[in-house]
Design a protein. Structure first.
Lengths: 111, 114
C-alpha cells in the first residue's frame, strides 16, 4: 500500500463548479499535512497547510480526518486557472522526517 | 527573492556522460533535497541533506551522488548517465528537517539521456 494515495483523475469540471479531492495516508503518526499545486511542466508550489481544525483560504478549504486518515481539498467556484495537478503531502514522522508526496490528482476546469 | 535556483534548466546527455546539477537557496534553510519526477511515478526522493555537512540516501539513490557544499548549495552528480535517468529533477529546501512548514522547490531541470 502506498503511504499517500490519491485518485489520479482527471476531474473535468465546468467553470463555477465545486470540486473535492480526497487523499488517504497510511501512517497514523503523521503530523504535518499539505496540499501542493503543480502546473504542467512547473515545480510544485505550496497551496495550503492542513490543520486539525480544518482551514480555509478564499475558495479553498482543507479538512483533516485523523480517525479515518484522510485529507480533503474543496475548491468552490472553480476557475480556468485552477486547472493543475494537486498533490497531497504528508509528514509521516518516520526516519528523517521526509515529506511523502501523493501521485497527484489532475483537475481540468472547462469553460 | 530568488528562493531555490536550479541550473541548468535543460540538458541532453549521451549515455555514459557525467554532469552535475546545481541547486542554491537564499532562504537560510537548513535542509535540502533532490527529487526526480517521472510520468505516473510522482516525486521520488533521491538524496537529502538534513543540515550542512550531512547527506543521506532517499528512495532512489543508485547512480547519483550529492554534495552539500555549504548551507546554500546542494549539488547532484550523475557519474555515468543512463537512459533510465531521463527525468525532471527538482531541488527543494525546508527551514527544518521536520518538514513542518513544507518545502520550497526550484523550477526543475529537464534531463534527457540518449
Amino acid at each position: 500500500r502506498k503511504e499517500v494515495e490519491q485518485d489520479p483523475g482527471p476531474f473535468n469540471v465546468p467553470e463555477g463548479a465545486t470540486v473535492a479531492f480526497n487523499c488517504t495516508y497510511s501512517n497514523s503518526a503523521s503530523q504535518s499535512f499539505f496540499w501542493y499545486r503543480q502546473d504542467c511542466r512547473k515545480e510544485p508550489k505550496l497551496l495550503m497547510s492542513v490543520y486539525s481544525s480544518g482551514n480555509e483560504d478564499g475558495r479553498f478549504t482543507a479538512q483533516l480526518n485523523r480517525a479515518s486518515q484522510y485529507i480533503s481539498l474543496l475548491i468552490r467556484d472553480s476557475k480556468l486557472s485552477d486547472s493543475a495537478t494537486y498533490l497531497c503531502v504528508v509528514n509521516p514522522r518516520g526516519a528523517g522526517n521526509m515529506l511523502t508526496f501523493g501521485g497527484g490528482t489532475r483537475l481540468m476546469v472547462k469553460p | 527573492n530568488a528562493g531555490v535556483t536550479q541550473t541548468p534548466k535543460f540538458q541532453v546527455l549521451k549515455t555514459g556522460q557525467s554532469m552535475t546539477l546545481q541547486c542554491a537557496q537564499d532562504m537560510n534553510h537548513n535542509s535540502m533535497y533532490w527529487y526526480r519526477q517521472d510520468p505516473g511515478m510522482g516525486l521520488r526522493l533521491i538524496y537529502y541533506s538534513a543540515s550542512e555537512g550531512t547527506t543521506d540516501k532517499g528512495e532512489v539513490p543508485n547512480g547519483y551522488n550529492v554534495s552539500r557544499l555549504n548551507k546554500r548549495e546542494f549539488s547532484l552528480r550523475l557519474e555515468s548517465a543512463a537512459p533510465s535517468q531521463t527525468s525532471v529533477y527538482f531541488c527543494a529546501s525546508s527551514e527544518t528537517n521536520t518538514g513542518a512548514y513544507g518545502y520550497t522547490f526550484g523550477s526543475g531541470t529537464r534531463l534527457t539521456v540518449v
